[in-house]
Ligand binder design. Sequence first.
Ligand SMILES: Nc1ncnc2c1ncn2[C@@H]1O[C@H](COP(=O)(O)OS(=O)(=O)O)[C@@H](OP(=O)(O)O)[C@H]1O
Ligand SMILES: Nc1ncnc2c1ncn2[C@@H]1O[C@H](COP(=O)(O)OP(=O)(O)O)[C@@H](O)[C@H]1O
Length: 212
Amino acid sequence: MSTVGNSTNIFWHECPVGKVDRQKLLNQQGCVVWITGLSGSGKSTLACSLGRTLHSRGKLSYVLDGDNLRHGLNKNLGFSPEDRTENIRRVGEVAKLFADAGLICIASLISPYCKDRDACRALLPENFFEARLCYVFLNMPLELCEERDPKGLYKLARAGKIKGFTGIDDPYEPPSNCEIEITQKDGICPTPNEMAGQVVSYLEDKGYLEAQ
Ligand SMILES: Nc1ncnc2c1ncn2[C@@H]1O[C@H](COP(=O)(O)OS(=O)(=O)O)[C@@H](OP(=O)(O)O)[C@H]1O
Ligand SMILES: Nc1ncnc2c1ncn2[C@@H]1O[C@H](COP(=O)(O)OP(=O)(O)O)[C@@H](O)[C@H]1O
C-alpha cells in the first residue's frame, strides 16, 4: 500500500503478460523518441516520416503530437509556463505507457524548458532496462521557422496578437544532452527522409528494432 501524490491507499497490480512478452510478439523494443524544437522546425514532419519508415519495416510506432494532444487529453492546458510543464509531464507519462506496451513512441512537442525535459528523462531512466528515451533536437534557426510559418502564428506573435509565443516572447532552451541533433548543412535542411534515416540508424545501433 502506498501514497503517490494526492493518491492515498493505492496498490500496484502486476499482470502475468509483461513488457518482454509484448516485445517478443512485436520483435522490437519499446522506447520513446522525443522530438523537441521550435514551432515550424519540422517536428511533425519528422514524426510522420519516421512513423512511415518504421511502419514499412514492420515496426509498430505511435505519434504523440503536441498540437493533436491539445485537441483532447491536454485541451484544458494553455501556454503559460505552468501549463507547458503539465503538458510535458502528461505526455511523458503517456509515452512511458506506450513504451511499456512495446511500441516505439514518437513524441513531438516544442517542450521548450530544460527542467521539463529533464523530468521526462528521469521518468524514463536510461539504466533502467524497461524504459528508454532518445531526445532529438531539431535545431533549425528561428529565421527559417519564421520564414516557413505554415500556420501564420509567427506573424501573429510578431504583431503582438499571440502572447508568450516560443522563440518570440517565451524562451526555447536548447538541450545540451540530446541523443540526436539535426541541423542544416551548408544552409540546407536535410529532407524528411534523411532526418528519419538518422533516427532509424540510431534505433538500429541501439538494437531497438529487434526483440531483446
Ligand atoms: N504561445 C505559443 N507558443 C508555441 N506554440 C503555440 C503557442 N500558441 C499556439 N501554439 C501552437 O501549439 C503548438 C505547440 O504545442 P506543444 O504542446 O508542442 O507546446 S509545448 O511543448 O507545451 O510548449 C504549436 O505547434 P507546432 O508548430 O507544431 O510546434 C503551435 O501550433
Ligand atoms: N526537412 C524539411 N525540409 C523542408 N521543409 C520542411 C522540412 N520539415 C518540415 N518542413 C516544412 O516546414 C513546415 C513546418 O513543419 P512542421 O513539421 O509542421 O513543424 P513543427 O511540427 O515543428 O511545427 C511545414 O510547412 C513543412 O512542410
